[in-house]
Design a binder for this molecule. Structure first.
Ligand code: ADP
Length: 225
């Protein structure tokens, strides 16, 4: 097994990014950095950031680039993360954020940007049945609930439907994804970093595909010449 990777996972809401990022982070022994989870934690703690982000998130809009870039910049500089590796989930979401990330990581650039591809029709259905742990962000669904009532298997937290998983907010987020985030795939492809992975199948099948792609990219980066 290869340990250490610097990667971004892109994909529509409901493509399975959250689930796969947790697995990737364990597999490669690097932190899973989810901007959505960080923002939800800030809302819960009632910090200045949380107060600024709450209404924007509930409407399904994007928080301003400058705000989120500052949060990610700080996190990536904790404990040598830029060097040791990470799985970024939910960031970057705009070309301006991708440019900022390229600057932050200039000394140790990304190994790979994976686009987890699941068609829109499939994700709308998945999000409607999605349930999330309010404490640790673990993801369940009405078809695969936690073992004991609606309490998280990992931490015992309450498992609920997210405030922004209403149909209206979901459709708005998917629309924003097509307009703001999908162009990033072309942006990273031009830089030789983008790889598409099919996100249809069981979670294990998708993980196996992801590990194969990431292993190949990390190995290529560590081969001289
Ligand atoms: P989803 O992928 O289902 O939209 P996330 O948990 O990634 O959910 O994000 C939830 C919300 O947090 C977004 O709708 C947005 O308001 C905000 N957010 C998260 N990451 C970013 C980002 N990189 N830029 C701007 N807003 C963000």
């Amino acid at each position: 097994m290869i340990s250490g990777v610097r990667m971004v996972l892109l994909g529509r809401q409901g493509a399975g990014k959250g689930t796969q990022c947790v697995r990737l982070a364990r597999h490669y022994v690097v932190p899973h950095i989810s901007t959505g989870d960080m923002l939800r934690a800030a809302v819960k703690r009632g910090t200045e950031l949380g107060r600024r982000a709450k209404a924007i998130m509930d409407a399904g809009d994007l928080v301003p680039d400058e705000l989120i870039v500052r949060v990610v910049d700080e996190r990536l500089h904790q404990g040598g993360t830029t060097r040791r590796g990470y799985v970024l989930d939910g960031f970057p979401r705009t070309v301006a954020q991708a440019e900022a990330l390229a600057e932050i990581t200039a000394a140790q650039p990304l190994h790979v940007v994976v686009d987890l591809e699941v068609p829109t029709e499939v994700v709308v259905e998945r999000i409607a049945s999605r349930r999330t742990c309010a404490d640790c962000g673990a993801i369940y669904s009405t078809a695969a609930p936690p073992k004991y009532g609606w309490h998280c298997d990992n931490c015992g937290g309450e498992v609920i439907q997210r405030d922004d998983d209403t149909e209206e907010a979901i459709l708005h987020r998917l629309d924003l994804y097509e307009r703001e985030t999908a162009p990033l795939i072309a942006w990273y492809a031009e830089r030789g970093l983008a790889v598409e992975v099919d996100g249809i199948g069981t979670a294990d099948e998708v993980s196996t595909r992801l590990y194969a792609v990431v292993d190949e990219r990390v190995a290529a980066a560590s081969t001289p010449g």
